[in-house]
Design a binder for this molecule. Structure first.
Ligand SMILES: Cc1ncc(COP(=O)(O)O)c(C=O)c1O
Length: 430
């Protein structure tokens, strides 16, 4: 038995069968497979390989840092490369005066944000319990705390594993929040007011939400005015708003942050991860607004729940700077037009073959298919040269479909190829 076969029995990962691609090379959004075939990465790996693979810009940054020094946390040496990263990141996402905590992944970013929110609301408002409220259709990571908080029942099937923490309010999307006579709208946010008031605002530190739904429900977009209403409700109650943009941040939905599609919903904290490391490095970043960050350094504040052995690793920071170098080369007008073209073509597929719905923004779409059709569609897409990540999320029976989220550096030709392949695969599966 070769070492791959031995490892197969040993590796503990998702219950899904391991993919069978033998990748021998890569170029941007394309994977070169054994047998000299090429496959297009239609979901940017796990919604993270946003600037494609094998970037020379990322390599140059990592190489340069590697030979300067390869380890040096902020507590060990002057963290120049980390400083360059946090300064540049804040400008890229349009929050130039924020403070930043760096972490090793998205899950830990959420955990740190929870800790920071508790510290702030304790010292600022004298709150004690520090509850964090989340929605029924959410995913915030795979630690025991973040699984307990979130509403992803596929990943946390047993209610008792929520430790009584979450979720606290319905997400404003049809499968989890059906209304008899209307669609979801901004007033669905009033359920958050009820959830806070029921617990007592003095017990609630923050509301944690994905401003645009990621892979749990398949790219649901909130009703206009919803996020603004959430912010108003929370502000009135001295509750912080944390946006989990682990998946949606760094231009995935077309804007630096997904919340920037709407006015008046700038959060108190934003958590970034996937698009920042872009698959080159594990990383997380929590951005804290200047309105609240000073409380973290107040003389009565608890110790900062930030830092860790690898959290500010210089090679990690260097790789992120290489990703920002890549993102800087994107021509925003062309990029926006490509996202709109992709969205329009996918939305035209509603009703084609097994497609029941298409939603999303920018470079992130959920193509929902009829129950039982997901794996045949995935296979048909692979035969046409495109690889997708599936979602198997909400509702009863559970909705399922493809997450269509190509790398942001995809060209017009790449997008044309993707549209043709996915359209053909769906038509053939009908
Ligand atoms: C919205 C959201 N939050 C948090 C996470 C957890 O991030 P990580 O897998 O880097 O720990 C994910 C990962 O898919 C995510 O989509």
């Amino acid at each position: 038995m070769d070492s791959y076969e031995q490892g197969r029995g040993r590796l503990l990962t998702s219950a899904r069968p391991l993919p069978d691609f033998e990748v021998v090379g890569s170029q941007g959004p394309w994977l070169h497979c054994a047998g000299d075939t090429w496959i297009f990465d239609g979901s940017s790996g796990l919604l993270c390989a946003n600037v494609g693979q094998s970037s020379r810009k990322v390599r140059a940054r990592v190489e340069q840092q590697f030979f300067q020094y390869s380890f040096g946390g902020a507590a060990v040496v002057r963290p120049h490369v980390q400083m360059e990263l946090v300064n540049r990141l804040c400008h890229v996402v349009g929050r130039p005066d924020d403070s930043v905590a760096l972490t090793t992944c998205g899950t830990l970013g959420v955990e740190v944000a929870v800790g920071l929110a508790r510290n702030i609301t304790r010292v600022r408002n004298g709150k004690q319990r520090g509850d964090i409220l989340t929605s029924t259709l959410s995913y915030h990571g795979n630690s025991a705390l973040t699984l307990a908080l979130a509403g992803n029942h596929a990943r946390r099937p047993r209610p008792e594993d929520a430790f009584g923490l979450g979720p606290a309010f319905p997400a404003p999307y049809p499968p989890t929040h059906a209304h008899e006579t209307r669609d979801c709208d901004a007033s669905c946010a009033d359920e958050i007011a009820t959830a806070i008031d029921n617990r007592g605002a003095e017990n609630v530190a923050a509301v944690l939400i994905e401003p645009v739904n990621g892979s749990t429900g398949g790219a649901f977009v909130p009703p206009d005015g919803y996020l603004q209403r959430v912010s108003e409700i929370c502000r009135q109650r001295d509750v912080l708003v944390l946006h989990d943009e682990v998946l949606t941040g760094m231009y995935r939905t077309g804007t630096p942050l997904a919340s920037q599609h709407w006015e008046g919903c700038e959060p108190d904290m934003v958590i970034l991860s996937k698009g920042l490391g872009a698959g080159y490095t594990s990383v997380g970043a929590v951005l804290v607004s200047p309105r609240i960050a000073p409380w973290l350094r107040h003389e009565d504040a608890d110790p900062l729940p930030a830092m860790g052995t690898i959290a500010t690793h210089p090679l990690m920071a260097a790789a992120c700077l290489g990703v920002l170098d890549e993102l800087e080369t994107i021509h925003v007008t062309t990029f926006t037009a490509r996202g709109e073209r992709l969205g329009a073509a996918l939305k035209d597929l509603r009703g084609v073959g097994p497609v029941t719905d298409v939603r999303g923004l920018g470079f992130l779409y959920g193509v929902e298919v009829a129950p039982g059709q997901l794996w045949p569609v995935m296979k048909a897409a692979e035969e046409r040269g495109v690889l997708f990540y599936p979602f198997t999320g909400a509702g009863e029976p559970r909705s399922e479909g493809l997450v269509v989220a190509p790398p942001l550096i995809s060209t017009d030709d790449d997008i044309g190829f993707l549209i043709a392949a996915v359209s053909d695969a769906l038509a053939s599966a009908g």
